[in-house]
Design a protein around this ligand. Sequence first.
Ligand code: CU
Length: 234
Amino acid sequence: MTKRPILRIATIVLVVLATGLATACTGEYNPKSNQANDIASLWWVMLILACAVFAVVIGLAAWALFRPRKGPSTMDKPRSQFAFLLVGGAVIPLLILAAVFGYSLDVMGHTGSDQSGQLVVHVTGHQWWYDVEYPQQSVSATNVMYLPAHRQVKIILNSADVIHSFWVPELNGKTDIIPGVTNHLYITDPQPGTYIGHCAEFCGIGHTAMQIKVVVESQDAFDRWVANQGGKSQ
Ligand SMILES: [Cu+2]
């Protein structure tokens, strides 16, 4: 075996790993609420596990390709091969998948529940815009949502026509907006900032332009916005 094929394979593996890391580092995922933090932690654990599995598989493939072949090895025995396949192909993957499944269920259980003093916002999806209403303050907005920082917000989602989706990656996971169904999600302890949400369910010709801007600001600034709209502060 010459050195060239090894160098070529090593270069390919390095480029693939570097591309994956660069994609992860420049992604827009930047959690700014409790729920988004939980989802981001799960995502990082899954990425690290996936990288570890990838490294082990590539390492085993490299070992199988380049190991010196001086006579029969213990791996050439059928019983050794069966044990290796059983443990490496079934037992270890099952353990990893069960652990990730359990952690995912745990994160799904942290989605939030009703709290006294939470802000309630009704969002109705239309082709191709979001109607945002604040029943407690008697104000409304279009394609923009103002929220007070560090409180809990309950967003109630309905559709006026077809299936849409509400997804602000920095604040929570994606939730579909389905005609005839009322979905809801919670955003707990949002951090100040401006975040862009996208409709994540193809809903017609204007789908790609269907966005919502979420502005999280101080309670005082939120109260001023409500007052400027002619609403009542809580
Ligand atoms: Cu859409």
